[in-house]
Design a protein around this ligand. Structure first.
Ligand SMILES: Cc1cc2nc3c(=O)[nH]c(=O)nc-3n(C[C@H](O)[C@H](O)[C@H](O)COP(=O)(O)OP(=O)(O)OC[C@H]3O[C@@H](n4cnc5c(N)ncnc54)[C@H](O)[C@@H]3O)c2cc1C
Length: 666
């Protein structure tokens, strides 16, 4: 159920509180609420998206950002590798998160991407051999609306057909499709056709058909695939317009871990707190997750102290290790004779846009059932002998090319007032440069400082340079001779040798919006990194991170598919932990109970977390509850231990924890 008023929340504490109703958050919430006795609350800063028309229309993906009602409206700090330019940095702020506003391309990562995670964390279950089972839970290939045969456009054995998120090959063909294929088919072409670019067991190198997270002409997101599919579950609760301000420490375990089972959030003018019985799970994405950690006193002590934030866990890895893909739009002017075959004129004409929207609404026909691209490809540069490879292995790409039948310079509707264009975007998919996400101030509502430090490593500028040369070779094929009139813009026109290509790259490169790594996974005892292989936060108790921020390196493909697979796998990790952690036996009375605990409160006004509360409906133990309580004084009580609380088991089987003022024996 989706609630927009905290007063309507059915409980005051939930088994799991998930921060962020995005790609990972909703996937996880769906899986955890498969058990009707598990209550999950998702706190989402953005709004619900039902009925918001542009969002489900695949062709309109690029106008859902950068600065719209669905985004966080961030910018990157001046980039030293990009002539000190700054630019918009879209992140989804709506149910479904980025999966509701992204450009739909979906891949699983290469097998080498996953195997590298397994190696870096010394945890074999992150390897592709284990992860590929989750494709069946996530992926659901559907036939294109134009009814064309997709035989040869993909390999069925690599996919799922019964999972939660729909995926489709192009719904219709574009005027440039035949030219792309002709380029691949010309004798001795260096560019080879790849009949499936999804990754995993299949090498992604080569050029193939884009696969989209859409089906029957409609976007498929974490919201449609994982929330709507489970919307009837009363134990799956989402509170929208709830911006998490920080995590609150609720105690310290016997072995010195700091417990964080309370979350402070803003809703309108209210500041409220909610409690997790089992875990708080951060799924706020690669920018907001490290922001929330730092606001909560978990981060680099030196940085936090400068902002007068009390340091609870000193971990300089929080907010560091930011990897992102870069995007360079290589734009060509199209010849007059074929100018009407690009989409630029249509997209300048509001009446024609509305006609297309109406076709989409009426019966899912017209151009807008499709993504803006149909083909893309992946390639590698030649490394010097002994040079370290930033890609995870020899079958993973360094850069990507993507072919768009229109003008695309940056997210949004922007295009020149006249002319027709063909854009080949090139992306660095194995970046070596890393940057940071840091707090600008202690104000939780202030945007963080996002500094990806794009192209600050030599490999990255070389790979981008080579990607431009590859585009020039690709478009020099005969298939483009009656299509391309020339290059658009002085910077591209002047890019004739290595130095001028580098200058062009630094002048126009922006983000491809795949940030990862800012709360990265590492081995259990490795002090670097933020979470262990089980995604629990190091030094903390009751706090897990499940989103793009935990990837220790940049995936070498588009990122959303990896986030879904990560969340599916983590749901299994959490479920296994539930089974292995048996609630302690306790002398509880029917319907009303009290509890013992292992914590001590230091002062009469401190927060105390009760560990080991057992909630019972008589003889059956139905849950282990931990809840923060306010210690206000001392008086007698019939419970043993240092603190007590009361809980009721309601007739519907849900557990409500009512923390009345608690009394400590002196
Ligand atoms: C414009 C754009 C285009 C993209 N195109 C593609 C593409 O074509 N293919 C691809 O594979 N990937 C693409 N990506 C990237 C991909 O979508 C993301 O990597 C992935 O969806 C991230 O998932 P996540 O769960 O980590 O975060 P998100 O999906 O961003 O979820 C985070 C959620 O947390 C919420 N949140 C954040 N802070 C708070 C807070 N303080 N309180 C409460 N809630 C909070 C957010 O509002 C959001 O809903 C694109 C991204 C963007 C922005």
């Amino acid at each position: 159920i989706i609630i927009d008023d905290p007063a309507d929340l059915p409980l005051t504490s939930f088994d799991y509180v998930i921060i962020g109703g995005g790609t990972a958050g909703l996937t996880l919430a769906n899986r955890l609420t498969e058990n009707g006795a598990t209550n999950v609350l998702v706190l989402e800063a953005g709004r619900g998206n039902e009925g918001d028309l542009p969002m489900p229309i695949p062709f309109m993906g690029p106008i859902l950002s950068p600065e719209t009602q669905y985004t966080w409206n961030y910018t990157v700090s001046p980039q030293v590798g990009l002539n000190l330019r700054t630019f918009e940095y879209p992140r989804g702020r709506v149910l479904g998160g980025c999966s509701s506003i992204n450009y739909l391309i979906r891949q699983f990562g290469t097998s080498e991407d996953w195997d590298r995670i397994a190696n870096l964390t010394a945890e074999p279950t992150w390897s592709w051999a284990n992860m590929k089972q989750y494709v069946q839970k996530y992926d659901k290939i559907v036939q294109p609306l134009d009814g064309h045969s997709i035989t040869g456009e993909y390999i069925p054995a690599l996919h799922g057909f019964g999972g939660n998120v729909q995926a489709s090959l192009p719904e219709l063909s574009f005027p440039i499709d035949a030219r792309v294929m002709a380029t691949l088919n010309q004798p001795s072409s260096e560019f080879q056709y790849n009949n499936d670019t999804v990754g995993g067991d299949q090498i992604v190198l080569g050029v193939g058909y884009v696969q989209n997270s859409s089906g029957e002409g409609t976007r498929s997101s974490a919201y449609t695939g994982y929330y709507l599919a489970a919307a009837a579950r009363q134990n799956f609760v989402i509170l929208t317009s709830a911006t998490v301000l920080k995590l609150v420490q609720t105690g310290t375990t016997a072995n010195g871990l700091k417990s964080f089972r309370s979350v402070q959030y803003a809703h309108g003018t209210l500041t409220l707190t909610v409690t997790a019985i089992r875990e708080v799970i951060l799924s706020a994405g690669a920018i907001n997750t490290p922001q929330i950690l730092q606001l909560s006193g978990i981060g680099n002590a030196v940085d936090l102290r400068k902002l007068n934030i009390t340091v609870l866990i000193n971990n300089p890895a929080v907010g560091s290790n930011l990897y992102d893909h870069t995007l360079l739009p290589n734009i060509f002017v199209v010849q007059d004779a074929v100018a009407n075959q690009t989409f630029d004129d249509l997209l300048r004409n509001q009446a024609q846009i509305e006609d297309q929207i109406n076709l989409w609404i009426a019966n899912r026909t017209g151009l807008f059932i499709n993504n803006i691209v149909n083909h893309f490809g992946f390639s590698r540069i030649t490394l010097d002998p002994g040079e370290e490879d930033p890609a995870p292995g020899p079958n993973s790409p360094h850069y990507e090319m993507i072919f768009a039948n229109l003008f695309f310079e940056k997210p949004g509707p922007f295009r020149p007032d006249e002319g027709s264009y063909f854009t080949v975007g090139t992306m660095l998919t194995s970046p070596e440069s890393t940057g940071t996400v840091k707090l600008a101030s202690a104000d939780p509502l202030a945007p963080p400082i996002i500094d990806p430090r794009y192209l600050t490593e030599a490999f990255d500028i070389i790979a981008m340079r080579e990607s431009v040369k590859a585009v020039l070779r690709f478009t020099a094929a005969p298939a483009w001779s009656d299509w391309i009139a020339g290059r658009f813009g002085a910077a591209f026109q002047n890019a004739t040798d290595d130095a001028s290509i580098d200058a062009y790259v630094r002048t126009l490169t922006i983000s491809d919006m795949n940030p990862v790594g800012t709360a990265s996974m590492s081995m259990v005892d490795d002090p670097s990194g933020v979470v262990g292989p089980d995604l629990l936060v190091k030094g903390a108790d009751g706090l897990r991170i499940v989103d793009a921020s935990v990837f220790p390196r940049s995936p070498s493909t588009h990122s959303q598919g990896l986030v879904y697979l990560l969340a599916e796998r983590t749901a299994d990790i959490i479920k296994a932990a539930q089974v292995s952690s048996q609630p302690p036996t306790n002398q509880c009375n029917a319907n009303l109970l009290c509890c013992g605990n292992t914590e001590t409160a230091n002062s009469a006004s401190s927060l105390l977390v009760l560990l080991g509360i057992t909630v019972s409906d008589g003889n059956t133990i139905v849950g282990l509850s931990c809840t923060p309580i306010n210690v206000i004084g001392v008086s007698g009580n019939s419970c043993t231990g240092q603190a007590v609380c009361c809980a009721t088991v309601e007739s519907n089987g849900l557990v409500a924890i009512n923390c009345s003022p608690v009394n400590l024996p002196s």
